[in-house]
Design a binder for this molecule. Structure first.
Ligand code: NOJ
Length: 732
């Protein structure tokens, strides 16, 4: 796939359109609006929002209220050319209706773009991105993005605000759920696959949607894991840790970027010309457009770098943001500023050119409308459901197993934990259109697969433990399956936590089950790495099922009863305690490496090692690694290793390759992932696996910000997680 780039013929058409446009129409193209509910409320929207926040109405009641109310889609603004794109409007009929106004009733007939957050599925929900990244499966990353694109496109959407490519090293940050975890290399491969999946090879394909690499940049470095907080990092960390997935997205042809909410070292990303010009345009050669985050231009006032909305709009446009998402700073002020000469018209034209280029690239001038008959055919179709099930089971990580799993279907099973039967809670953050009632819960799956069990909710995230009910339901059981974790809105945007253990009485429920001497299988349903040491110690087996999407229940049953051999591996480190965050495997070597010596880099009240390391995950079989060979060729390292399945079940292993630069002019990470390969092994099968590592991927940025690969010794570790011990040195 090639970079998103301009095309001569299209540029000529844009030139001719630009000549016809007034400054107001130009500013209109840069204006992205969301529909707002208006009028006719018995109780105002604000009042309803307050009631929701105070728990006086449920989320369902609130949603019903919104869907029944009238929406102002700014039809007059479309007609007068004051809207260029929409956020969050879906439904082919509704989109076509609005599109018709733009194409047939506005002076220049420029079509609208409909954008929406299609993050991990549209109506068929796939596992949250963090979960899916644990599959380490690029084909899967691509296929789920493609399926989401098909459903979203049929629903009138042209553009998704995904993939989210923020490296996240702090589990307190709620948005860790939305990305591919803590590692830049894995996240880069994820980025490329997602862009391919959403966009395909041909942007005009009506079954694909435009992608958006977000949030540019270092949003995941929010201090303390507190959402929207500042990112204060070195340029080396920026380029070595946070940039790689964004570079990969650019090289894969991503059409758009979204600027992050945060400031980077003091300059908000939305007005940061170093990021938007020097990095994105000059270094990466990106020719697509950058959209602001929702209201992020306006928020520059709160950051204290813009005096007012006018100033914020001016700074953002000059820095390089083409589309203003919902703050109307461009629409309200840019025309006058251009007419008075405060903003050069060329700058406005450049931004408008980028918007028109995107619309041409998507083919909207030729085919502005969505086929209204498609949605019914593709939404939640059997293929998408099957893919959702496969994706969910490939994403679930077996954390502990003392041999109790896989279970027999005919033992006496007691199921506890409210999460076992709440569909909507399986879907995770950014579920805008997926529905709880279309989701297979664990209880649903047990029933459809004719597995007998007794069930009592007993305890939930917010529901106190009913001890009597617990004793009654587990008393005759051979094994207890407990489902515990987080509600879906405990991760995602604006959902940072200071405590990432199990909330409420959930730990206590597990402790009581342990005390009753019943074998316990714990299934975790959550959106972030959690400090679940107690739960692990009470349990005979622990499956990290995440917010697994529409087919969560079926996937859990497939794994617990051995119809699927778990293969997922963690893409974030699991801490022992909330206070260990941020925690990540590829930290730089310190002068006092972690050890049991008192004056070493550690917490004195926590174990030396994390609860589970990056790359970790069990299977129902075991793999052994032998005969590691490393050959230094001119530009690459060729690494060969023998991997054997020495259990009695076929399985998929992710062979992981880590590198340490032993001696360098800067302190380097203790290990860095530089390659991986997923293989399938039959029982007793041995495979020679070869991986190649480009030598130029082994470098770093020096103090002058030059990328260099220093000669010397490198250690190559290969194995099934980031603590792999099989090692060979090579001198370059
Ligand atoms: C804010 C979020 O940060 C961003 O990820 C999202 O795409 C926009 N809102 C639009 O919903």
């Amino acid at each position: 796939m090639r970079k998103f780039c301009s095309d001569l013929e299209i540029e000529r058409k844009i030139d001719s359109l630009l000549r016809k446009m007034t400054v107001e129409e130009k500013a209109g193209q840069l204006n992205q609006v969301g529909p707002s509910p208006v009028g006719g409320f018995e109780i105002s929207l604000e009042e309803k929002q307050k009631m929701l926040a105070e728990g006086k109405i449920t989320e369902e009641e609130f949603d019903r209220f919104l869907s029944e109310e009238k929406w102002d889609e700014q039809e007059d603004d479309i007609r007068t050319g004051r809207v260029g794109s929409f956020l969050g409007v879906r439904d082919a009929r509704r989109c076509n209706h609005l599109q018709k106004i733009a194409v047939e009733q506005s002076r220049l007939g420029i079509p609208l773009l409909f954008g929406m957050d299609v993050i991990h599925g549209h109506r068929t929900m796939f596992p949250i991105p963090l979960a899916e990244s644990c599959s380490w499966d690029e084909t899967l990353f691509e296929r789920t993005a493609q399926a989401a694109a098909v459903e979203a496109a049929a629903d009138g959407i042209h553009w998704t605000f995904a993939p989210m490519l923020d490296i996240a090293r702090d589990a307190r940050w709620g948005r860790i759920a939305e990305g591919a975890g803590e590692d830049p290399y894995l996240a880069s491969r994820y980025a490329a696959a997602k862009v391919r999946g959403f966009q395909g090879d041909d942007l005009t394909d009506p079954a694909r949607i435009l992608a958006c690499a977000k949030h540019f940049i270092a949003y995941g470095a929010a201090i303390g894991g507190r959402d929207y907080n500042s990112a204060d990092i070195s340029l080396q960390t920026l380029w070595e840790v946070y940039m790689p997935p964004f570079i990969a997205a650019c090289e894969s042809g991503v059409a758009t970027y979204m600027a992050a909410f945060n400031d980077l070292n003091g300059i908000p990303c939305s007005v940061n010309s170093y990021l938007l010009q020097d990095v994105l345009r000059d270094k990466l050669g990106f020719e697509g457009l950058v959209v602001s985050d929702a209201g992020s231009i306006w928020e520059c006032i709160a950051h204290g770098v813009a005096a007012d909305r006018k100033d914020a709009g001016k700074q953002a446009l000059i820095a390089g943001i083409a589309i203003d998402m919902v703050s109307r700073c461009y629409l309200d002020f840019v025309p006058d500023m251009v007419l008075s000469g405060e903003i050069p018209e060329e700058r406005l034209d450049e931004a408008v050119r980028q918007v028109l280029r995107l619309k041409y690239a998507k083919g909207l001038f030729d085919q502005p409308y969505t086929d209204e008959t498609l949605e019914e055919k593709v939404t939640l179709c059997p293929e998408h459901r099957a893919l959702a099930r496969d994706a969910a089971r490939k994403s679930m990580v077996l954390l502990k197993n003392n041999g109790i799993l896989p279970m027999k279907k005919d033992c006496k099973i007691a199921v506890v934990g409210e999460l076992s039967d709440i569909g909507s809670e399986m879907l995770g953050t950014w579920t805008l259109y997926g529905k709880g009632e279309e989701t297979v819960t664990f209880i649903d799956a047990l029933k459809t697969q004719n597995i007998s069990f007794v069930y009592a909710p007993c305890c939930g995230v917010e529901t106190p433990l009913d001890r009597q009910a617990l004793q009654a339901v587990i008393i005759d059981a051979d094994v207890v399956i407990a489902m515990v974790g987080e509600l879906r809105d405990m991760s995602g945007e604006a959902s940072s936590l200071s405590y990432i253990g199990l909330a409420g009485d959930q730990d206590e429920m597990l402790r009581l089950i342990k005390e009753s001497n019943k074998p316990l299988v714990t299934v975790l349903v959550n959106g972030r790495p959690m400090a679940v040491g107690n739960a692990v110690s009470y349990s005979d087996a622990v499956l990290e099922a995440w917010h697994g999407g529409t087919e969560t229940g079926n996937a859990i049953v497939d794994i617990l009863f051995g119809d699927y051999n778990p293969s997922a591996r963690l893409t974030t480190t699991f801490p022992n305690a909330s206070g260990e965050c941020p925690i990540y495997y590829n930290h730089v070597s310190t002068g006092r490496p972690t050890s049991d010596v008192r004056h070493s880099c550690k917490y004195i009240d926590s174990p030396l090692k994390p609860l589970y390391p990056f790359g970790y995950g069990l299977s129902y079989t075991t793999y052994t690694y032998n005969n590691l060979e490393v050959k230094a060729l001119e530009d690459t390292l060729e690494v060969i290793v023998e991997v054997m399945n020495d259990g009695n079940m076929a399985g998929e292993e992710t062979v992981q390759l880590y590198v340490q630069d032993v001696l360098a002019s800067r302190a380097r990470p203790v290990r860095e992932l530089k390659g991986f390969k997923k293989i399938c092994l039959q029982p007793g099968e041995l495979q020679k696996v070869s991986l190649s590592v480009p030598v130029n991927s082994l470098g770093f940025y020096n103090d002058s910000m030059e990328y260099i690969v220093e000669p010397g010794e490198f250690k190559i570790y290969v194995g099934h997680d980031s603590e792999a011990e099989l090692c060979q040195s090579v001198v370059l």
